[in-house]
Structure formats: C-alpha cells, structure tokens
Design a protein around this ligand. Sequence first.
Ligand code: ACO
Ligand code: KIV
Length: 513
Amino acid sequence: MKSNNRVRIFDTTLRDGEQALRRSLSKDEKLQLAKAIAKLNVDVMEVGFPASSPGDFASVELIAKEIQGPTICALARAVPEDVIACGEALKPAQHKRIHIFIATSPIHLEKKLNINLQAATDKAVEAISIAKEYTDDIEFGCEDATRTPPEDLCYIIEKAIAAGATTVNLADTVGYTTPKEFHQLLSHIKANVSNIDQAILSVHCHNDLGLAVANSAESLLAGVRQIECTVNGIGERAGNCALEEITMLLSARKDLFGLYTNIKTELIKPTSELVSSVARMPVQLNKAVVGGNAFAHSSGIHQDGVIKSSITYEIFHPEQVGISKNELYFTARSGRKAIAHFLTQTGCPCEDQEINNIYNQFLQLADKKGQVYWYDLTSLYYKNKVNLCDKRYSLVSAITKCASERAISVNLVLQNNQKLQSFESDSTNLIEALQNLKITNEAIIIRDLSLEFAPENFIYNAKLSITLNNKPIYGEGYDEDPNIAIIKSYISILNIINMLNQIREHQHSLQSA
Ligand SMILES: CC(=O)SCCNC(=O)CCNC(=O)[C@H](O)C(C)(C)COP(=O)(O)OP(=O)(O)OC[C@H]1O[C@@H](n2cnc3c(N)ncnc32)[C@H](O)[C@@H]1OP(=O)(O)O
Ligand SMILES: CC(C)C(=O)C(=O)O
C-alpha cells in the first residue's frame, strides 16, 4: 500500500491516559507499560510531561533510554522551561519528538490564558524555536481547536509550521465536535493554510459525548494521517479515542477507508489487560473490542447464528485482537442449538427428543439460577440418561471458634448418604481452615470469595469460586451468619465435585461395559 494510506498511531496512554488516574504511575509502572505499548508497534508514544515533576522527568528519561523503535514524545506548554525539560528528558531517545501545545479558542484565551491569539502565536513560535535546538521532530497542537474560529486556527498553524512544526495537532479537548463539523473544519484548514503540505495533520479527540472514535475516523476521510489515542480509551474525564477501536475500525472497514496502521493487533487484548491492571482502571464488560462481552453470546438467536458461522454476529475474529475464542453463556435467553452444540462438543451427543427434555429442564434451572454453568448442563444430560444416586453432603452442624485474633477453628458435621461425618481443622482464616478440612481427595483452592449482606432479609450471600481441571466451579450459600454462608457455599462446591465424580464413574462404567 502507498505510504499516504498509512495512519500513524500516536499513543498517549502514559500522558493523557495517566491524567485520568486517581494516583499517578511510578517510574517502573510507566516503563512496564511503555514496553508493552512499544510492542504493539505504535509509531509515536507520548510518555509524559517532564516539567510536571522530577518523577515524571525521570520516567520520560528512563523510557527514552530503554525503549527502541517508536518515537518517544513528551509534552510541553508553550513555555521555554517546559520545552527545555522535554529536550533534556528525551536526550537518550533513539527517535524523539517534542509536542508543544497552546489553547486557541476564545474561551481558553480569554478565561484561562488571559492573552490574545497573537500573543499565543508568539509564545508558540518561540517555544518551537527552542525545541529545534533538541530535535527536528516537533508537534504543534491547538488545544480546544474545535471551539476556535477556523481563520484563527489557520493563522496560528501557518506560523507554527513556518517556525518548524512538522506535525500539527487539532485537539477536540472537550469532546464537543461532531464528525461532519470536524470534517468541514479540517477541510478548511487543508484548503487555507498555505504550508499545510509541510506537516502531518493529527487529531486528538476526547469522548465527552461518546464521539472520540467517530470524530477521529471521520478526520481520516478529511486527510488526517495521525491519530492520538490511548489503550482502553483512558484519558481525562470520559477518556480519549481508544487505540483498539480506531485500529480495528480501519482493519474491519478497509473497504470504506482504504487505510492501514502498523499495529500488531494480536497484542491488543494482553496490552489492554496490562494497562487496566497497572492503571487500576477496570474495562467495562461491553467495551468495544476488549470488553469481556465483546465476543460473548448468550441469546439463542445469536448463539445459533455464531455456531453456524461466526461472521453472522462477529465482524472480526477474536484471535485478531489476541482473544483465544468467542464464548457462549447459558441463560434463560439461550436456545436449543447452543445447548445441543455445547453437549456435543463435550462428548454428550443428544437425539432431538433428548434435547427437548434437557432444554425444558434447562429453562427451569435458568429461570431459577440466572446463569447455568457447564457442569449444570452435563449434569442435566446424565440425569436424563441414568438415575444417578444423589450422594450429596448436607450440613448438620457447624461450629466456628476464634481461638485468638489470628486463629480460627472449624468443626463441621455433614450427612452424606445417610452417614454422619465430622471434620475439624484450624488455621489463621476461615478459607484456609475450610481448605484444610480435606473432605474430598481433590485439592480445592479457592480463587475468589464475595460476601454480600442483604439488609432487607438480614441474610448474607457468599459466593466462592475454585478451579478444577482448568474449569471454574462456582458455589453459593445463604445464612444470617456470614461464616455459615461461606461454609454453605463451600459445601455446594463439594456437591458439584461429587456430582462430576459420579458422572465420570458412570462414563467409565458405560465404556467398560
Ligand atoms: C488538555 C490537556 O490535557 S493539557 C495537559 C494537562 N497536563 C498537565 O497539566 C500536566 C501536569 N501539570 C502540572 O504539573 C502543572 O500544572 C504544571 C507544571 C504544568 C504547571 O504548574 P504551575 O506552574 O503550578 O501552574 P498551574 O498548573 O497552577 O497553572 C497553569 C499555568 O499554565 C498556563 N498555561 C496553560 N496552558 C499553557 C500553554 N499551553 N502554554 C503556556 N501557558 C499555559 C496557565 O495559564 C497557568 O498560568 P498562570 O499561572 O499564569 O495563570
Ligand atoms: C495537549 C492536548 C493535545 C490535549 O491533551 C487536549 O487538548 O486534550
């Protein structure tokens, strides 16, 4: 493809993204994220604001030293000290860029900077001339460009390019513009700035009205060739254009845009997870491309379509963004096809009549439980095949005692198959004490525990999850006493394991018969 079709991805996760965090990132955290973002193969990464603090100066300097490949960029106000701080911090970088910005809108000029457009232009030109002592790669940015009269933008941009700016960035700082309006503004700038061909046009869109990706995408149709964006769309207030969304839009709609990026899209999901965990910003389930539901289907009509051909409801393959496969969830909205498909895939093929029976029982269970798990389906299947004897544990009594602040002992009496059995253990906490009871041969390691109190019923709801043979198992228990609620949810896990063992034994007996 011609290079004019290449869109440069300018990642600002470590600068604008970091501005959205409740706690700033340490030098090591920034370096860890910088390494992952560089592996994504972004063209430019803006990694901080060196004049902001000695710590951020040191982070930018460290990244400039350690990261090879992408251009390392740092941000400065149109203030000499800021530009010098960028130049100094970026010294070790293989490829470096200084990004100088100043607000251009009447609102910002009058109410914030208290200067006029000419004074802002003079400051920008002076700052650019200082930056030129450090690098030829200079980005000039108009903050709040989308609330600036077009002729004012043309004036300051022309001067900035003449002073040496090689990239010009138009920021929709408060996420105010719309795609059509933005296209018109960018076309006006292209048509009216005499030296515009000497710079790459860039945009930096915020998501206050949910239009950051749409506005960035439309800007490309107006001739923009650099998009500023962040992983997971994190950034001031409602965030920035999401890197993963704009990248996958260009990939999925090559027919419309005819443009490409150099992003290694298969690294998108792991990078998103890393950013989310280091930044402590959870990704919402329904987030495009990287959300937990982006490739999950739970309604019957969709599941049927996806089973027949994934392109019915998926516009690109999950593997393209580093997600191993799509997922089907089972709820009362699921249909027969999904149930039959799951059972067949797990070695439990059914005849039509059988699936009808299982499906009716499934619906009753789904209405009761909300979500039906894989082991529920396997159990329904075998319950329809054979009358498995129900070897269930039930709780007869439970005593928990705190021997000291740091020791708890548990004594359980359980009934199983008419027999009473007593189990005892102690530890520093209830979960460990339960794990030490050794009621089954399986090593049960609890992964998660949630405990909620329902004040309307004065009752605790405990939810535990474990992993057994790489599959999750969820248990649930209710009680007025939080410890007993946890014990009951643990017993519900024992009963699921018991049921799975019975199914396995039954399968063996069928095979050897
Ligand atoms: C839209 C954006 O995301 S812009 C980038 C936002 N990022 C940051 O703010 C980075 C973190 N900021 C900081 O560490 C600090 O605010 C600093 C170091 C930049 C400045 O700190 P201080 O000197 O204490 O100033 P303070 O933050 O209180 O006020 C900002 C000053 O910068 C001025 N200013 C703001 N933008 C610009 C600009 N682009 N060019 C020149 N001056 C500017 C303001 O008018 C104000 O000046 P004043 O004191 O004369 O009124
Ligand atoms: C510094 C600029 C690019 C910015 O972050 C904004 O205007 O939102």
